[in-house]
Design a protein around this ligand. Sequence first.
Ligand code: DAT
Ligand code: MG
Length: 148
Amino acid sequence: MEQTFIMIKPDGVQRGLVGEIISRFEEKGFYLKGLKLMTVERSFAEKHYADLSSKPFFSGLVEYIISGPVVAMVWEGKNVVVTGRKIIGATNPAESAPGTIRGDFAIEIGRNVIHGSDSIESARKEIALWFPEGIVDWQSNLHPWIYE
Ligand code: DAT
Ligand code: MG
């Protein structure tokens, strides 16, 4: 089944939003397949955001991501990449709808609490980067209550 990479950024961890964010994905019906709290080095953050390296905000973005621990996760489910982005909300919290994570918990683009893969291909790359050890293989017994 489809998987996505979700990361709670340092502001989300510092602000005590880890449980709330995990709950939103869990309650939706997605399956938690990977989870770890970690700090990342500059070179790692630069690799994660390599596609944005030419942007003027790149160095600030990297400083922010390395400024404290983050929670790296893999979530699984039907259409989890696109639906995960909907749960997260628009990149700029000023435009994120209420009810989305960024819409409910963030104000500025440079403190937008959470990352989610933007395509199946980026999810594949990001999961490989953040979980080189692999992820736990387990199946939820709730499956027939969530899928028809
Ligand atoms: P998203 O995180 O919604 O996938 P993105 O991949 O375009 O957005 O950018 C990655 C992060 O970079 C984003 O979460 C916040 C920051 N960012 C994006 N555009 C920015 C901008 N115009 N000014 C400042 N920071 C920005
Ligand atoms: Mg992105």
